[in-house]
Design a protein around this ligand. Structure first.
Ligand code: SF4
Ligand code: SF4
Length: 298
């Protein structure tokens, strides 16, 4: 089910239809609102690859509830769509883009395939407009404290060794969700006779040039992040299990268990990003406790 309501900056909830047709004092341009409404409705009945990567509870609630989105918070979704559209307009030559492929388990729309980086014609590319935090994690960069050899001479830490932060570049690359997504697109493409030799994410930093990004060691606006192959057997089993769990919940009209820690980003998603959090007992509790959700007064 697509989103049914918008939440205005004042906190008031209106149906998207009323907002688009009748708001007398809009909080943003009408075409922007239309694009946000469209972005929440992909017109798919079967679960997509991206839906199955998230939690089963989240996917279930998106299917069965009339949820609300805040247009002010959803602008990032149309940034991503705009970047995809721009790329799609320049795919002449040995390239394919934005084609939805499906099999008996799910369906997925890849961004780019073909000769997109070098002479290899079998490169599968995906574009992400994302935060410096996520890029830092995806690159496996992290900071550690290293002793400077000096000691504090005064204050409460007198006598203790001094340390400074040092970047390390050998951390675990946190790309599980991207790897699941691209590997399934790879399987779908290969099934159609298009071999995939490489998978690459083009991560575009949306907070590039801000101090917070440079503190995270992110000083480029675009990073190319290679994605490793995962065995077809494992990937298919994973998606099959997720698709089956979702279908079972829908058939039985039964709310699935709380999303797994990875799927709910250890709680950050429930607090700040999950659009069905208020329909989820677990998410609603977190939102109310954090004061994020303020029920409309009057
Ligand atoms: S345009 Fe903005 S303020 Fe007006 S109804 Fe829609 S969301 Fe609310
Ligand atoms: S609020 Fe958290 S647990 Fe609930 S559906 Fe959203 S991500 Fe899952």
């Amino acid at each position: 089910m697509p989103a049914k309501y918008f939440i205005c900056p004042s906190g008031k909830t209106v149906t998207i239809e009323t907002c688009l047709k009748a708001c007398s004092q809009r909080c943003m341009f009408l075409p922007t609102l239309r694009a946000i409404a469209k972005a929440s409705d992909r017109g798919l009945s079967e679960p997509s690859v991206t839906e199955l990567i998230g939690g089963t509870r989240e996917a279930y609630l998106k299917k069965i509830t009339a949820y609300a989105v805040k247009p002010q918070d959803a602008v990032y979704a149309i940034h991503g769509s705009a970047v995809h559209t721009i790329n799609e307009g320049y795919t002449e030559g040995n390239m394919l883009s934005e084609i939805r492929l499906k099999d008996e388990i799910t369906s997925g729309k890849f961004d780019l395939y073909g000769q997109i980086i070098d002479h290899d014609e079998g490169v599968l590319g995906d574009i992400k407009v994302t935060s410096s935090y996520k890029i830092m994690k995806a690159l496996g960069h992290y900071k550690i404290d290293v002793p400077t050899g000096e000691f504090f001479k005064t204050g409460v830490r007198k006598g203790q060794p001094k340390s400074k932060k040092q970047w390390c570049y050998n951390g675990v690359k946190m790309v599980m969700e991207w790897a699941l997504q691209l590997n399934y697109y790879r399987i779908l493409l290969e099934k159609q006779g298009f071999p995939v030799n490489k998978m690459v994410i083009q991560a575009m930093c949306r907070d590039n040039n801000l101090r917070v990004a440079s503190e995270r060691g992110i000083d480029q606006s675009i990073y190319l992040i290679p994605i490793q192959k995962i065995s077809n057997r494992w990937i298919k089993r994973y998606f099959k299990t997720k698709a089956r769990a979702l279908q079972q919940a829908l058939n039985q009209k039964k709310l699935p268990s709380i999303c797994k820690p990875r799927e709910r980003w250890n709680g950050r998603k429930c607090k700040d990003y999950c659009i069905v959090a208020m329909q989820c007992p677990y998410g609603a509790k977190i939102q109310i406790q954090s004061g994020k959700f303020l029920p409309e007064v009057g």
